[in-house]
Design a protein. Sequence first.
Length: 150
Amino acid sequence: MSIPRAPLLLGLAGTLPFIWSALTVLVPDLAELTISLVGPRFIGPYVGIFYGAVILSFMSGVLWGFATRMTGSNATTGYILSVSPALWVFFTTGGGSDRASVFLIIGFAGILAIDWLFWREGVAPGWWMNLRLIITAIVLLCLTVTMWAA
């Protein structure tokens, strides 16, 4: 099923901080320019980890919205699954950039599985998995580049 234009463009725009994170690791001059313009928080693993934590928490809210469309024990399961990304990021992203990156990679892969469950239950839009596969591939690639190159 075709992804509507607005969700596709906004979803891709949401990957820009991850892409920037990877680029500033791969291109040292870009990192130095960024530091001089906006500070070190917006380069390499710093931006990728911080933004990754924000997005996993945001995705908990998206999934909560899907869970509201479920009933009975499926709803209970849906609500439990919907809070798991935010709790995951809260409990796993300390301890240095390598460790945090690994746990974010696991978190984003895990949320793709949860996305699929909601999609299979028919509470996510028909195009949802097409969008999530594209976005997750970009995010996982960028987090991996940032983790290995840093």
